[in-house]
Design a protein around this ligand. Structure first.
Ligand SMILES: *Cc1c(COP(=O)(O)O)cnc(C)c1O
Length: 396
């Protein structure tokens, strides 16, 4: 009998809508790229994809994916430990380990699964997990699935992290967990200070590199490289669904005993399907490209500097960070929605974020720069921001 819950759900959905929180999806009818066409027909510059390196529709990546489809088939119809492991799955794991200089790597269907399945096999009641308050939902859920004691520290507040380390000193094993780049502000975790505290208090360090793998750091190895502490981080999780090709898939990489324990006991790995060969083949190509040259991350860096310089010069208030995530602050929820709508009319696709996704009074347009953007694309976006900014009296 559906009647009772139907009415309940309809009411909840109405409430979500009247709170202005209903998420609507805009339909794109072309491949993901610097420019796309939306279903209503407009050609727009994309300023809100995680396609940081422009690999989502890169011809070499598409070709590698097609080749793998031909050589290794469409799907595995199996989890890894039954009959879902092909030579290319092992090759990709090896490539990821080599990229990071880690001992071993395990693949997942998504980074959500990597984070969901990392804590429970490694930590129990006697242990402690110490987590930044702004960590990604998948880390929060992963911690919930594990029996370890939970400690939370204020966002990037090293004094509070130290206080939590002191508080948790009686626990057997302890791990500090952080996003590498925080996606709403684009700020980097203070990985050098986190590692120093981990050393001082004998804790492990885990970083989620979803918004940094492939482009943060001189050679794109991520936030630990940026701070020169690659050898001090014990566990790295990441996604193949953002900069690294953008399809889907995730991984955990680090010390060999940790990875082996995950192969034995991590539930999203044991009880969920093997990554499809088309994704694995494409991902191998992605790591080959990134291991051969820093050209894409260098381009991303210069694009980001260009965009920030012009947006700032126009008088906008932006969050400063060392990532290609550039939040343009508007502070008002309704204004952020109106701003984004007008940008679309100018051929620029960006999204306004407001409470509860960001703190109350912190509404913004979050832009994300890509190596795929040409200077003309960025100029078009900058001109649209200036036009709409003047119309809405955000800038003079
Ligand atoms: C996107 C993201 C994830 C989830 O990645 P998927 O592979 O899409 O599941 C996890 N952690 C962080 C920090 C992310 O930004």
């Amino acid at each position: 009998m559906y009647t009772k819950i139907q009415e309940f759900l309809a009411n909840e959905l109405n409430q979500i809508q009247s709170d202005g929180l209903l998420k609507k999806e805009r339909i794109i009818v072309t491949p993901q790229g610097a420019n796309v066409r939306v279903a209503s027909g407009e050609e727009v510059v994309i300023m809100c994809a995680n396609n940081y390196l422009g690999l989502s529709s890169h011809p070499e990546v598409i070709k590698a994916s097609k080749d793998a489809l031909d050589s290794h088939g469409y799907g595995m119809s199996s989890v890894r430990f039954i009959c879902g492991t092909q030579d290319i799955h092992k090759t990709l794991e090896k490539k990821i380990s080599t990229f990071y200089g880690t001992e071993d790597t395990i693949l997942y269907a998504a980074a959500f699964d990597a984070n969901g399945g990392v804590f429970e096999p490694l930590f129990s009641q006697q242990d402690a997990i110490i987590s930044d308050e702004l960590n990604h939902a998948s880390i929060i859920d992963g911690i919930r699935l594990c029996k370890a004691e939970r400690y939370r520290y204020k966002h990037s507040d090293m004094a509070d992290l130290e206080a939590q380390l002191i508080k948790s000193q009686a626990q057997r094993h302890r791990i500090i967990v952080t996003d590498g780049v925080f996606s709403m502000d684009g700020d980097l975790a203070k990985m050098d200070e986190i590692c120093a505290l981990a050393n001082k208090y004998d804790a492990l360090v885990m970083t989620d590199e979803c918004h940094s793998a492939g482009f943060i750091g001189k050679t794109g190895r991520g936030v630990p490289e940026h701070y020169g502490v690659m050898d001090q981080v014990d566990i790295i999780t990441g996604t193949l669904g953002k900069a690294l090709g953008g399809a889907m898939g995730g991984y955990t990489t680090g010390k060999k005993e940790i990875i082996e324990m995950l192969r034995q006991r991590s539930r999203p790995y044991l009880f969920s399907n093997s990554l499809s060969p088309a994704i694995v083949g494409a991902s191998i190509k992605v790591f080959d490209i990134l291991s051969a040259t820093t050209q894409l991350r260098d381009r991303l860096e210069s694009n980001t500097a260009y965009f920030k310089k012009h947006i700032k010069a126009a008088g906008f208030d932006i969050k400063v960070g060392d990532s290609p995530i550039v939040p343009i602050m508007l502070y008002d929820a309704a204004l952020s929605q109106e701003f984004a709508n007008r940008l679309l009319n100018e051929g620029v696709y960006a999204i306004g974020f407001f409470y509860p996704v960001v703190a109350q009074g912190q509404a913004r347009i979050r832009t994300q720069i890509s190596a795929a953007h040409s200077i003309e694309d960025l100029d078009k976006a900058i001109a649209a921001f200036i036009k709409v900014g003047k119309e809405l009296k955000v800038i003079k």
